[in-house]
Design a protein. Structure first.
Length: 101
């Protein structure tokens, strides 16, 4: 069963996706571009921002002892979005439990 916060998050997420698609079609008509290119460009920008956020999170909050910090920075830098996703779902929750930041 979903609690109120999860329901609100789901509703806002669906509304955000619908409005994103709607505005991308409007923008495609104004700029005379295919909506596919606008959606692709938006996903690329969002992916780049996510990658930068994860990299900065790793650099600033990963403990300095040992080589974990250096290894994760290299993984994020060399594998781009895949490394950022792996760090976000695997290492970040583990670090938050261990170090509480």
């Amino acid at each position: 069963m979903m609690n109120k916060l999860q329901k609100n998050t789901l509703v806002y997420g669906v509304l955000a996706i619908i409005s994103f698609v709607f505005f991308s079609f409007i923008l495609s008509n104004i700029l005379k571009l295919s909506a596919f290119y606008i959606i692709l460009f938006t996903f690329l920008i969002v992916g780049l921002l996510f990658w930068l956020w994860v990299l900065i999170d790793c650099i600033t909050k990963e403990p300095k002892d040992g080589n974990n910090r250096l290894v994760w920075i290299l993984v994020i830098l060399l594998t781009n979005s895949i490394g950022a996703i792996i760090y976000f779902f695997v290492r970040r929750p583990q670090r938050i439990k261990e170090v509480e930041r």
